[in-house]
Ligand binder design. Structure first.
Ligand code: LRH
Ligand code: MN
Ligand code: MN
Length: 427
C-alpha cells in the first residue's frame, strides 16, 4: 500500500482555497513582528519525529486488546506503515526498532526497503523486560542488575547484539530501559543493584561504536511498584556521567510522578549536555502513553521553550537530539494516533520558535512575572496550524494528513491486504 504523489497533489489542490486566507493572515501578523516566515516554515519542515515500531498495532491494556485489523505482522509491514505516515506528513522520516519484537533478518534488504520509503533508523531499543522463548535465564528478578552474573551477562550480550543490528541498519543510538527493581521493601539491596547496573552498562558502553550514543531511560514505577533501579533523571544522569560523553539521559514524558516539572528537568539536562532524546506521549495519571499533546499541550510547549532558550542554533538542536514517540493506545487507529502526535510535537516546536526571547529575558531580568507570562502566552496562543500546513504542502505532503488517510480509506485497504487477524508484536 503506497500513497502516490498524484493523490497528494489532488488533495492539496482541493485544500488550497481554505488554506490561503488563514495562512496569509498569520504570515502578515508574524511579519509585523519581524519574524521571517519562510525561515520559520523551513525550520518546521525539517523537524522529523521517529515512529516507534511497537506503536503501529492497536495497543492493549492488561485488561484487553481490541484489534483494529490490517496491523503490520512483520518488520517489512511496519516499515511500510511508517512510509504511509511519512508520505502523508513528510515529518516521520525515521523508525525506532525494538529488538527482539523486530528482528531484521536480512538487514541489507530491510535497509533498502526503508530507503525506498525515505526512512532512516533511529535509536534501537533493547528488551530485557520480557523473557523470550529461546532464552536461557529469566529476567523475573532483573536483568543488568540481577544478583546472578550469568543473567547479567545474558542481558549485556543482548544489548550488544542490538547494537550490531543497529549498526547494520545505520542507527546511531541504543536506548536502554530497564524494568529492574523490586516490589517489596527489603527485597533488593539498592546499592548493590545500582552498582551492578552501572558495571553492566559499562560493558555495553565499551562495545558502543564511536559515533553512537547510549540513551538511558528512567521510570519511577511499573512494572516494579516499590523501587526501580533507574527511577529518575538524577539516577540516569549519574550513570551517564560515569559512562562518559556518549551516554545521555532519555526523557520519556510519561515516566514522571504527577505534576513533575518536566521542562525544568529538560533544561537541567540540556545545560549539562546530557539530554539525549525524548519519548513523547501524554498522560493524565502515569505512563498512560496517550497521544502526545492530547492532555498537556502547554507542558509540551514549555519543554520546547526550554530547549530553544538554551540553544543558539535551532538546526543544531534538531540534529543533536533523538525525537521519538512512545505512545500507543487501544481505541484509536494507531496510524491516526501517530499523525496526531507528530502534529502536536511540531506545533509545540513552532510555537516555541515564536517566543520573543529578547523581551522574555528582559522581563525575567527585571522581575516582571506578568510580562513573562504574557510573552509565553502570546506565542502559545498563536494558531500555528496554517504554518504547519504550508510547510507540508511545500514539502509535497498532505495539507490534512488524517483527512487524506480517511479519504483514501487506507485502513480498509490495509485490512484487505493483511486481514483482520494480524497482530503486531509489541506491547
Ligand atoms: C517503558 C517504555 C520503554 C520501553 C517501551 C515499550 O514504559 O517507555 O521505552 O522500551 O515503553
Ligand atoms: Mn519509553
Ligand atoms: Mn513507558
Amino acid at each position: 500500500m503506497r500513497i502516490t504523489q498524484q493523490q497528494i497533489s489532488e488533495h492539496n489542490k482541493n485544500a488550497r482555497d481554505a488554506h490561503e486566507s488563514p495562512f496569509a493572515f498569520i504570515g502578515e501578523e508574524l511579519e509585523k513582528k519581524g519574524i521571517d516566515v519562510d525561515l520559520l516554515i523551513n525550520q518546521i519542515a525539517i523537524f522529523q519525529v521517529a515512529i516507534p515500531s511497537w506503536a503501529l498495532g492497536a495497543g492493549g491494556t492488561r485488561f484487553g486488546r481490541f484489534p483494529i485489523g490490517g496491523e503490520p505482522g512483520n518488520l517489512e509491514e511496519k516499515i511500510s506503515d511508517v512510509g504511509i505516515l511519512h508520505a502523508l506528513n513528510r515529518s516521520s522520516g525515521a523508525i525506532s526498532l525494538h529488538i527482539p519484537w523486530d528482528i531484521p533478518e536480512d538487514t541489507a534488504a530491510i535497509k533498502e526497503l526503508a530507503r525506498e520509503h525515505d526512512l532512516v533508523f533511529d535509536a534501537v531499543n533493547s528488551n530485557t523486560f520480557q523473557d523470550q522463548d529461546d532464552q536461557e535465564y529469566s529476567y523475573k528478578f532483573g536483568s543488568l542488575s540481577h544478583t546472578d552474573k550469568a543473567v547479567r551477562q545474558q542481558a549485556i550480550e543482548h544489548n550488544i547484539e542490538v547494537i550490531q543490528y543497529g549498526e547494520a541498519l545505520g542507527s546511531k543510538a541504543l536506548t536502554v530501559w530497564l524494568a529492574d527493581g523490586s516490589n517489596f521493601p527489603g527485597q533488593q539491596n539498592f546499592r548493590k543493584a545500582l552498582k551492578r547496573t552501572s558495571e553492566s552498562l559499562q560493558e555495553i558502553y565499551a562495545e558502543l561504536p564511536s559515533d553512537w550514543e547510549m540513551l538511558i531511560e528512567y521510570k519511577p514505577y511499573e512494572p516494579n511498584f516499590y523501587s526501580m533501579v533507574i527511577p529518575d533523571w538524577g539516577t540516569s544522569l549519574l550513570l551517564a556521567n560515569k559512562l562518559g560523553d556518549q551516554a545521555q539521559t532519555l526523557v520519556d514524558l510519561g515516566h514522571h510522578l504527577p505534576n513533575t516539572n518536566i521542562e525544568q528537568i529538560v533544561a537541567t539536562l540540556f545545560l549539562e549536555k546530557k539530554l539525549g532524546g525524548f519519548h513523547f506521549n501524554d498522560s493524565k495519571y502515569g505512563d498512560d502513553d496517550l497521544t502526545t499533546g492530547s492532555i498537556k499541550p502547554f507542558q509540551l510547549f514549555l519543554i520546547f521553550n526550554e530547549l530553544i532558550d538554551g540553544t543558539d542554533d535551532c538546526d543544531d538542536l534538531v540534529e543533536s537530539i533523538a525525537w521519538m514517540i512512545d505512545a500507543s493506545h487501544n481505541v484509536k487507529d494507531p496510524l491516526e494516533d501517530l499523525l496526531q502526535s507528530v502534529e502536536a510535537i511540531k506545533k509545540a516546536y513552532a510555537k516555541a520558535l515564536l517566543v520573543d526571547r529578547k523581551r522574555l529575558e528582559e522581563a525575567r531580568e527585571s522581575n516582571d512575572p506578568t510580562g513573562a507570562q504574557s510573552i509565553l502566552q502570546d506565542a502559545f496562543q498563536t494558531d500555528v496550524r496554517p504554518l504547519l500546513r504550508e510547510a507540508r504542502m511545500r514539502d509535497k505532503a498532505a495539507a490534512d494528513p488524517i483527512g487524506l488517510y480517511r479519504d483514501l480509506d487506507i485502513r480498509k485497504q490495509l485490512i484487505e491486504e493483511r486481514g483482520t487477524e494480524t497482530i503486531a508484536t509489541g506491547l
